[in-house]
Write a protein that binds this ligand. Structure first.
Ligand SMILES: [Zn+2]
Length: 467
Protein backbone atom coordinates (compact mmCIF):
# COMPACT_ATOMS: atom_id res chain seq x y z
CA UNK A 1 0.00 0.00 0.00
CA UNK A 2 1.63 3.22 -1.20
CA UNK A 3 1.14 6.34 0.91
CA UNK A 4 2.72 8.99 -1.30
CA UNK A 5 4.42 9.35 -4.67
CA UNK A 6 7.06 11.99 -5.29
CA UNK A 7 6.36 12.65 -8.93
CA UNK A 8 8.15 14.20 -11.88
CA UNK A 9 11.55 14.89 -10.36
CA UNK A 10 15.11 13.91 -11.23
CA UNK A 11 16.40 11.28 -8.82
CA UNK A 12 20.08 11.61 -7.99
CA UNK A 13 22.14 8.73 -6.64
CA UNK A 14 25.89 8.46 -6.08
CA UNK A 15 26.15 6.99 -9.60
CA UNK A 16 23.60 8.66 -11.84
CA UNK A 17 20.70 11.04 -12.28
CA UNK A 18 17.48 10.00 -13.98
CA UNK A 19 13.87 11.04 -14.28
CA UNK A 20 11.76 8.90 -11.95
CA UNK A 21 8.92 8.91 -9.48
CA UNK A 22 9.52 7.70 -5.94
CA UNK A 23 6.80 5.72 -4.19
CA UNK A 24 6.73 5.67 -0.40
CA UNK A 25 5.08 3.08 1.77
CA UNK A 26 5.16 3.04 5.57
CA UNK A 27 8.14 5.35 5.72
CA UNK A 28 10.25 3.45 3.22
CA UNK A 29 10.89 3.80 -0.48
CA UNK A 30 8.80 1.06 -2.07
CA UNK A 31 9.61 1.81 -5.69
CA UNK A 32 11.68 4.10 -7.91
CA UNK A 33 10.55 4.17 -11.51
CA UNK A 34 8.95 5.91 -14.43
CA UNK A 35 5.37 7.17 -14.36
CA UNK A 36 4.40 5.62 -11.03
CA UNK A 37 2.09 8.53 -10.32
CA UNK A 38 0.35 8.25 -13.68
CA UNK A 39 -0.38 4.60 -13.05
CA UNK A 40 -1.84 5.33 -9.60
CA UNK A 41 -3.93 8.52 -9.78
CA UNK A 42 -5.64 7.53 -6.52
CA UNK A 43 -2.47 7.89 -4.46
CA UNK A 44 -1.46 11.35 -3.14
CA UNK A 45 1.39 12.85 -5.15
CA UNK A 46 4.01 15.43 -4.29
CA UNK A 47 4.95 17.40 -7.38
CA UNK A 48 8.73 17.44 -7.91
CA UNK A 49 8.69 18.78 -11.45
CA UNK A 50 11.90 20.67 -12.13
CA UNK A 51 13.39 19.54 -8.81
CA UNK A 52 16.19 17.17 -7.88
CA UNK A 53 15.19 14.32 -5.56
CA UNK A 54 18.19 13.75 -3.29
CA UNK A 55 18.67 11.43 -0.34
CA UNK A 56 18.61 13.47 2.87
CA UNK A 57 22.07 14.54 3.99
CA UNK A 58 23.74 12.54 6.78
CA UNK A 59 25.88 14.85 8.91
CA UNK A 60 28.21 12.68 10.97
CA UNK A 61 29.94 15.45 12.92
CA UNK A 62 27.93 17.78 15.17
CA UNK A 63 28.21 19.10 18.69
CA UNK A 64 24.54 19.85 19.27
CA UNK A 65 23.70 20.88 22.82
CA UNK A 66 21.72 18.74 25.24
CA UNK A 67 18.52 20.34 26.54
CA UNK A 68 18.81 21.93 29.97
CA UNK A 69 16.31 23.60 32.29
CA UNK A 70 17.51 27.02 31.14
CA UNK A 71 17.77 26.15 27.45
CA UNK A 72 15.24 23.42 26.93
CA UNK A 73 14.91 23.80 23.17
CA UNK A 74 18.46 23.74 21.90
CA UNK A 75 18.65 20.12 20.76
CA UNK A 76 15.20 20.32 19.17
CA UNK A 77 15.89 23.65 17.52
CA UNK A 78 19.17 22.53 15.96
CA UNK A 79 17.39 19.42 14.67
CA UNK A 80 14.86 21.73 13.02
CA UNK A 81 17.76 23.67 11.52
CA UNK A 82 19.19 20.42 10.18
CA UNK A 83 15.88 19.69 8.49
CA UNK A 84 15.67 23.13 6.89
CA UNK A 85 19.14 22.56 5.49
CA UNK A 86 18.30 19.16 4.00
CA UNK A 87 19.91 17.00 6.69
CA UNK A 88 17.64 14.16 7.76
CA UNK A 89 20.08 12.32 10.03
CA UNK A 90 22.84 13.73 12.19
CA UNK A 91 25.31 12.21 14.60
CA UNK A 92 26.11 14.15 17.76
CA UNK A 93 29.14 13.99 20.02
CA UNK A 94 28.40 14.24 23.72
CA UNK A 95 31.68 15.91 24.73
CA UNK A 96 31.64 18.00 27.96
CA UNK A 97 30.92 21.29 26.13
CA UNK A 98 27.59 19.92 24.92
CA UNK A 99 26.07 19.97 28.40
CA UNK A 100 26.62 16.36 29.45
CA UNK A 101 26.96 15.93 33.22
CA UNK A 102 30.23 15.20 34.96
CA UNK A 103 29.06 11.66 35.56
CA UNK A 104 28.11 11.29 31.91
CA UNK A 105 31.51 12.46 30.73
CA UNK A 106 33.37 10.20 33.15
CA UNK A 107 32.22 7.01 31.42
CA UNK A 108 31.27 6.13 27.83
CA UNK A 109 28.32 3.98 28.89
CA UNK A 110 27.01 6.49 31.44
CA UNK A 111 27.43 9.18 28.77
CA UNK A 112 25.46 7.15 26.25
CA UNK A 113 22.63 6.46 28.70
CA UNK A 114 22.44 10.12 29.68
CA UNK A 115 22.52 11.28 26.05
CA UNK A 116 19.69 8.93 25.11
CA UNK A 117 17.58 9.90 28.12
CA UNK A 118 18.00 13.64 27.61
CA UNK A 119 17.43 13.61 23.83
CA UNK A 120 14.43 11.25 23.86
CA UNK A 121 11.41 12.94 22.32
CA UNK A 122 13.42 15.99 21.25
CA UNK A 123 14.52 15.68 17.63
CA UNK A 124 12.65 16.52 14.44
CA UNK A 125 14.96 14.33 12.34
CA UNK A 126 16.73 11.03 12.99
CA UNK A 127 19.96 11.13 14.92
CA UNK A 128 22.58 9.02 16.63
CA UNK A 129 25.47 9.31 19.01
CA UNK A 130 29.22 9.16 18.54
CA UNK A 131 30.94 8.93 21.90
CA UNK A 132 34.02 10.86 23.01
CA UNK A 133 37.02 9.23 24.66
CA UNK A 134 38.98 11.49 26.96
CA UNK A 135 42.11 11.24 29.05
CA UNK A 136 39.99 11.99 32.13
CA UNK A 137 37.92 8.81 31.84
CA UNK A 138 39.36 6.06 34.04
CA UNK A 139 39.17 3.29 31.44
CA UNK A 140 37.24 4.16 28.28
CA UNK A 141 38.84 1.36 26.24
CA UNK A 142 37.30 -1.29 28.50
CA UNK A 143 33.84 0.14 27.79
CA UNK A 144 34.15 0.12 23.99
CA UNK A 145 32.80 -3.43 23.37
CA UNK A 146 29.59 -2.69 25.30
CA UNK A 147 29.26 0.71 23.68
CA UNK A 148 29.56 -0.80 20.20
CA UNK A 149 27.07 -3.54 21.07
CA UNK A 150 24.62 -0.88 22.24
CA UNK A 151 24.49 0.76 18.79
CA UNK A 152 27.24 3.34 19.16
CA UNK A 153 30.08 1.87 17.07
CA UNK A 154 31.97 5.14 16.53
CA UNK A 155 33.76 7.43 18.95
CA UNK A 156 36.15 10.34 18.75
CA UNK A 157 39.53 10.66 20.44
CA UNK A 158 41.80 13.68 20.53
CA UNK A 159 45.57 13.94 20.10
CA UNK A 160 45.46 17.57 21.28
CA UNK A 161 44.01 19.45 24.29
CA UNK A 162 44.32 18.52 27.94
CA UNK A 163 41.73 15.76 27.51
CA UNK A 164 43.76 14.06 24.76
CA UNK A 165 44.68 10.40 24.82
CA UNK A 166 48.29 9.35 25.09
CA UNK A 167 49.59 7.44 22.07
CA UNK A 168 49.52 4.31 24.20
CA UNK A 169 45.84 4.69 24.99
CA UNK A 170 45.01 5.78 21.45
CA UNK A 171 46.59 2.56 20.21
CA UNK A 172 44.57 0.53 22.73
CA UNK A 173 41.37 2.30 21.65
CA UNK A 174 42.08 1.63 17.97
CA UNK A 175 42.77 -2.02 18.72
CA UNK A 176 39.56 -2.44 20.75
CA UNK A 177 37.54 -0.75 18.00
CA UNK A 178 39.11 -2.96 15.35
CA UNK A 179 38.41 -6.14 17.28
CA UNK A 180 34.83 -5.36 18.23
CA UNK A 181 33.46 -3.83 15.04
CA UNK A 182 33.88 -0.14 15.76
CA UNK A 183 35.71 2.75 14.14
CA UNK A 184 37.70 5.42 15.96
CA UNK A 185 37.46 9.02 14.77
CA UNK A 186 40.60 10.97 15.57
CA UNK A 187 41.26 14.70 15.90
CA UNK A 188 44.80 14.84 14.52
CA UNK A 189 47.01 17.70 15.70
CA UNK A 190 50.45 17.40 17.32
CA UNK A 191 50.13 18.66 20.90
CA UNK A 192 53.84 19.19 21.57
CA UNK A 193 54.30 21.44 18.55
CA UNK A 194 51.12 23.42 19.06
CA UNK A 195 51.56 23.85 22.81
CA UNK A 196 55.07 25.21 22.17
CA UNK A 197 54.00 27.60 19.42
CA UNK A 198 51.05 28.85 21.47
CA UNK A 199 53.28 29.44 24.52
CA UNK A 200 55.83 31.32 22.39
CA UNK A 201 53.12 33.50 20.86
CA UNK A 202 51.76 34.39 24.31
CA UNK A 203 55.30 35.13 25.55
CA UNK A 204 55.70 37.61 22.70
CA UNK A 205 52.40 39.21 23.68
CA UNK A 206 50.71 37.95 20.52
CA UNK A 207 47.32 37.32 22.12
CA UNK A 208 44.94 38.44 19.35
CA UNK A 209 42.80 36.01 17.39
CA UNK A 210 44.96 36.33 14.27
CA UNK A 211 47.70 34.35 16.03
CA UNK A 212 45.45 31.28 16.23
CA UNK A 213 46.30 29.94 12.76
CA UNK A 214 50.11 30.39 12.80
CA UNK A 215 50.27 28.47 16.09
CA UNK A 216 48.61 25.43 14.48
CA UNK A 217 50.67 24.80 11.31
CA UNK A 218 49.72 22.27 8.67
CA UNK A 219 52.75 20.11 9.49
CA UNK A 220 51.42 19.67 13.03
CA UNK A 221 48.18 18.31 11.58
CA UNK A 222 50.02 16.15 9.04
CA UNK A 223 52.37 14.63 11.62
CA UNK A 224 49.48 13.64 13.87
CA UNK A 225 47.53 12.27 10.90
CA UNK A 226 50.54 10.15 9.95
CA UNK A 227 50.89 8.90 13.54
CA UNK A 228 47.20 8.04 13.90
CA UNK A 229 47.37 6.06 10.65
CA UNK A 230 50.51 4.23 11.80
CA UNK A 231 48.91 3.36 15.15
CA UNK A 232 45.80 2.07 13.35
CA UNK A 233 47.99 0.03 11.04
CA UNK A 234 49.73 -1.59 13.98
CA UNK A 235 46.38 -2.14 15.71
CA UNK A 236 44.96 -3.79 12.57
CA UNK A 237 42.09 -1.32 12.70
CA UNK A 238 40.42 1.26 10.51
CA UNK A 239 40.80 4.92 11.41
CA UNK A 240 38.71 7.94 10.50
CA UNK A 241 40.33 11.37 10.41
CA UNK A 242 37.92 14.13 11.43
CA UNK A 243 37.92 17.65 9.96
CA UNK A 244 40.98 17.30 7.72
CA UNK A 245 41.93 20.84 6.71
CA UNK A 246 45.08 20.89 4.59
CA UNK A 247 47.05 19.37 1.71
CA UNK A 248 49.83 18.10 4.00
CA UNK A 249 47.41 15.94 6.00
CA UNK A 250 45.56 14.88 2.87
CA UNK A 251 48.86 13.55 1.47
CA UNK A 252 49.13 11.23 4.49
CA UNK A 253 45.61 9.91 3.91
CA UNK A 254 46.26 9.46 0.20
CA UNK A 255 49.47 7.51 0.89
CA UNK A 256 47.59 5.19 3.25
CA UNK A 257 44.70 4.70 0.83
CA UNK A 258 47.17 3.93 -1.97
CA UNK A 259 48.44 1.05 0.16
CA UNK A 260 44.89 -0.20 0.57
CA UNK A 261 44.66 0.58 4.26
CA UNK A 262 41.21 1.27 5.76
CA UNK A 263 41.80 4.97 6.36
CA UNK A 264 38.96 7.44 5.91
CA UNK A 265 38.81 11.22 6.14
CA UNK A 266 36.24 13.97 6.24
CA UNK A 267 36.60 17.66 5.61
CA UNK A 268 34.17 20.42 6.57
CA UNK A 269 32.35 23.10 4.58
CA UNK A 270 34.29 25.93 6.23
CA UNK A 271 37.62 24.59 4.96
CA UNK A 272 36.10 24.41 1.49
CA UNK A 273 34.72 27.94 1.60
CA UNK A 274 37.23 30.02 3.57
CA UNK A 275 40.96 30.68 3.88
CA UNK A 276 43.20 32.03 6.61
CA UNK A 277 42.70 35.49 5.11
CA UNK A 278 39.75 35.64 7.52
CA UNK A 279 42.18 36.00 10.43
CA UNK A 280 43.49 39.22 8.90
CA UNK A 281 40.23 41.06 9.48
CA UNK A 282 40.90 44.31 11.41
CA UNK A 283 37.87 43.74 13.67
CA UNK A 284 38.57 41.17 16.43
CA UNK A 285 34.82 40.50 16.69
CA UNK A 286 34.98 39.14 13.13
CA UNK A 287 38.18 37.17 13.72
CA UNK A 288 36.81 35.21 16.69
CA UNK A 289 33.98 33.84 14.53
CA UNK A 290 36.71 32.00 12.60
CA UNK A 291 38.52 30.55 15.62
CA UNK A 292 38.14 26.86 14.84
CA UNK A 293 40.65 24.00 15.12
CA UNK A 294 42.27 23.12 12.84
CA UNK A 295 42.21 26.72 11.57
CA UNK A 296 41.33 27.91 8.08
CA UNK A 297 44.25 27.32 5.74
CA UNK A 298 45.74 28.78 2.55
CA UNK A 299 43.90 28.98 -0.74
CA UNK A 300 46.19 26.22 -2.09
CA UNK A 301 45.00 23.97 0.76
CA UNK A 302 41.40 24.82 -0.03
CA UNK A 303 41.92 23.88 -3.68
CA UNK A 304 43.64 20.64 -2.64
CA UNK A 305 40.62 19.67 -0.51
CA UNK A 306 38.31 20.14 -3.48
CA UNK A 307 40.59 17.98 -5.60
CA UNK A 308 40.58 15.39 -2.80
CA UNK A 309 36.79 15.36 -2.72
CA UNK A 310 36.62 14.92 -6.46
CA UNK A 311 39.25 12.20 -6.69
CA UNK A 312 38.33 10.20 -3.59
CA UNK A 313 41.14 11.08 -1.17
CA UNK A 314 38.45 12.57 1.05
CA UNK A 315 35.44 10.39 1.75
CA UNK A 316 32.81 12.83 2.90
CA UNK A 317 31.91 16.29 4.15
CA UNK A 318 30.51 16.84 7.66
CA UNK A 319 29.91 20.07 9.49
CA UNK A 320 31.63 20.01 12.91
CA UNK A 321 28.63 22.11 13.93
CA UNK A 322 29.21 23.99 17.18
CA UNK A 323 26.28 26.26 18.07
CA UNK A 324 28.42 28.92 19.73
CA UNK A 325 26.91 32.38 20.12
CA UNK A 326 28.52 35.80 19.89
CA UNK A 327 26.38 36.81 22.86
CA UNK A 328 27.59 33.96 25.06
CA UNK A 329 30.53 31.70 24.15
CA UNK A 330 32.28 34.05 21.73
CA UNK A 331 31.70 37.29 23.61
CA UNK A 332 33.76 40.44 23.14
CA UNK A 333 36.15 41.56 24.46
CA UNK A 334 37.86 38.39 23.37
CA UNK A 335 40.25 36.61 25.73
CA UNK A 336 43.78 35.68 24.55
CA UNK A 337 43.35 33.45 21.49
CA UNK A 338 43.95 30.06 23.20
CA UNK A 339 40.90 30.73 25.40
CA UNK A 340 38.52 31.76 22.62
CA UNK A 341 35.72 29.20 22.36
CA UNK A 342 36.51 27.04 19.33
CA UNK A 343 33.88 26.27 16.73
CA UNK A 344 31.20 27.70 14.50
CA UNK A 345 27.69 26.68 13.46
CA UNK A 346 27.05 24.78 10.24
CA UNK A 347 24.26 22.23 10.72
CA UNK A 348 21.89 24.15 8.44
CA UNK A 349 24.26 25.22 5.67
CA UNK A 350 25.99 21.94 4.69
CA UNK A 351 24.07 21.26 1.48
CA UNK A 352 23.93 24.95 0.50
CA UNK A 353 27.68 25.42 0.77
CA UNK A 354 28.73 22.16 -0.87
CA UNK A 355 26.22 22.58 -3.70
CA UNK A 356 27.10 26.23 -4.30
CA UNK A 357 30.88 25.95 -3.96
CA UNK A 358 31.18 22.45 -5.39
CA UNK A 359 28.46 21.55 -7.89
CA UNK A 360 27.47 24.99 -9.17
CA UNK A 361 31.13 25.84 -9.80
CA UNK A 362 31.79 22.54 -11.59
CA UNK A 363 34.31 21.24 -9.04
CA UNK A 364 32.30 18.09 -8.33
CA UNK A 365 29.30 16.44 -9.97
CA UNK A 366 25.87 16.35 -8.37
CA UNK A 367 26.26 12.57 -8.04
CA UNK A 368 29.56 12.97 -6.21
CA UNK A 369 27.89 15.49 -3.89
CA UNK A 370 25.18 12.94 -3.04
CA UNK A 371 27.91 10.39 -2.37
CA UNK A 372 29.84 12.81 -0.10
CA UNK A 373 26.84 14.13 1.85
CA UNK A 374 24.60 11.08 2.09
CA UNK A 375 25.65 7.73 0.63
CA UNK A 376 29.17 7.40 1.99
CA UNK A 377 28.49 8.87 5.47
CA UNK A 378 25.55 6.46 5.86
CA UNK A 379 27.64 3.51 4.69
CA UNK A 380 30.75 4.30 6.76
CA UNK A 381 28.80 5.05 9.93
CA UNK A 382 26.49 2.06 9.91
CA UNK A 383 23.25 3.74 8.88
CA UNK A 384 22.14 0.92 6.61
CA UNK A 385 18.69 2.29 5.79
CA UNK A 386 19.89 5.82 5.03
CA UNK A 387 21.77 7.70 2.33
CA UNK A 388 20.28 6.60 -0.99
CA UNK A 389 17.10 6.94 -3.02
CA UNK A 390 16.59 3.22 -3.54
CA UNK A 391 13.83 0.71 -2.96
CA UNK A 392 13.86 -0.47 0.66
CA UNK A 393 15.64 2.56 2.08
CA UNK A 394 14.09 5.01 4.53
CA UNK A 395 12.17 7.67 2.62
CA UNK A 396 14.46 10.50 3.77
CA UNK A 397 14.24 12.81 0.79
CA UNK A 398 15.18 16.35 -0.15
CA UNK A 399 13.46 18.08 -3.03
CA UNK A 400 16.06 20.55 -4.21
CA UNK A 401 15.59 23.40 -6.67
CA UNK A 402 18.90 23.87 -8.49
CA UNK A 403 17.83 26.97 -10.41
CA UNK A 404 17.38 29.60 -7.70
CA UNK A 405 19.95 31.94 -6.20
CA UNK A 406 19.92 33.47 -2.74
CA UNK A 407 22.15 35.02 -0.13
CA UNK A 408 22.93 33.11 3.06
CA UNK A 409 22.08 35.09 6.16
CA UNK A 410 21.64 34.49 9.86
CA UNK A 411 18.20 36.09 9.63
CA UNK A 412 16.97 33.19 7.48
CA UNK A 413 18.47 30.37 9.56
CA UNK A 414 16.91 28.32 12.35
CA UNK A 415 19.95 27.06 14.28
CA UNK A 416 20.62 28.04 17.89
CA UNK A 417 23.71 30.07 17.12
CA UNK A 418 23.36 33.82 16.68
CA UNK A 419 25.59 34.08 13.62
CA UNK A 420 26.62 32.19 10.53
CA UNK A 421 30.15 32.24 9.11
CA UNK A 422 28.51 32.27 5.66
CA UNK A 423 26.77 35.63 6.16
CA UNK A 424 26.39 37.31 2.77
CA UNK A 425 27.60 34.34 0.74
CA UNK A 426 25.88 33.91 -2.61
CA UNK A 427 24.27 30.47 -2.70
CA UNK A 428 22.92 28.49 -5.62
CA UNK A 429 19.91 26.26 -5.26
CA UNK A 430 17.42 25.87 -2.45
CA UNK A 431 15.78 23.15 -0.40
CA UNK A 432 12.05 23.00 -1.19
CA UNK A 433 10.76 19.97 0.73
CA UNK A 434 12.26 17.57 3.24
CA UNK A 435 10.77 14.22 4.19
CA UNK A 436 11.94 12.00 7.03
CA UNK A 437 10.74 8.40 6.73
CA UNK A 438 8.02 9.64 4.39
CA UNK A 439 6.74 12.39 6.67
CA UNK A 440 6.89 16.00 5.52
CA UNK A 441 9.16 17.97 7.86
CA UNK A 442 9.84 21.12 5.83
CA UNK A 443 7.95 22.45 2.83
CA UNK A 444 8.59 25.77 1.10
CA UNK A 445 10.21 27.33 4.13
CA UNK A 446 7.63 26.15 6.66
CA UNK A 447 8.25 23.56 9.38
CA UNK A 448 5.68 20.77 9.33
CA UNK A 449 7.58 18.35 11.54
CA UNK A 450 7.11 17.38 15.13
CA UNK A 451 9.35 17.43 18.15
CA UNK A 452 10.22 13.82 18.89
CA UNK A 453 9.31 12.51 15.44
CA UNK A 454 12.99 11.86 14.83
CA UNK A 455 14.36 8.75 16.44
CA UNK A 456 17.66 7.61 17.90
CA UNK A 457 19.31 5.27 15.41
CA UNK A 458 21.21 2.32 16.82
CA UNK A 459 24.03 1.64 14.38
CA UNK A 460 26.20 -1.33 13.42
CA UNK A 461 29.13 -0.89 11.05
CA UNK A 462 29.34 -2.95 7.90
CA UNK A 463 32.67 -4.68 7.26
CA UNK A 464 33.67 -1.97 4.77
CA UNK A 465 34.42 0.55 7.50
CA UNK A 466 35.80 -2.08 9.86
CA UNK A 467 38.65 -3.71 8.01
ZN1 LIG B 1 34.15 18.38 16.29
Amino acid sequence: MTDLIVAGGTVVTADRSFAADVAISQGRISSVGEALAGAHPDIPALDATGLLVLPGCVDVHTHTRLPTDDEADRFFQDSVAAAFGGTTTFLAFNNPGTGISEEGSSSLLAGMREFRARTAGESAVDFGLSAVLTGQQPDPVAELPDLIAAGVPTAKAFMIYDFRLTDERLFAALRAMGRHGGMLQVHCENATIIDALVAEALDRGDVAGRHHAPSRPTYAEAEATHRAIALARAADASVYVVHLSCADALAEVLAAKARGWPVYAETCPHYLAFTDARYGHPDEAEVIKSVISPPFRSDADRQALWLGLGAGGLDLVATDHVPDRLAVEKQMPAPPFPQISNGAPGIETLLSVVYSEGVATGRISIERMVDLLATTPARLFGLGSKGAVERGMDADLVLFDPTTHRTLSQSDLHHTSDFTPYEGMAASGAVRSVLVRGQMVVQDGVFFGRRGAGGFVERALSPVSRS
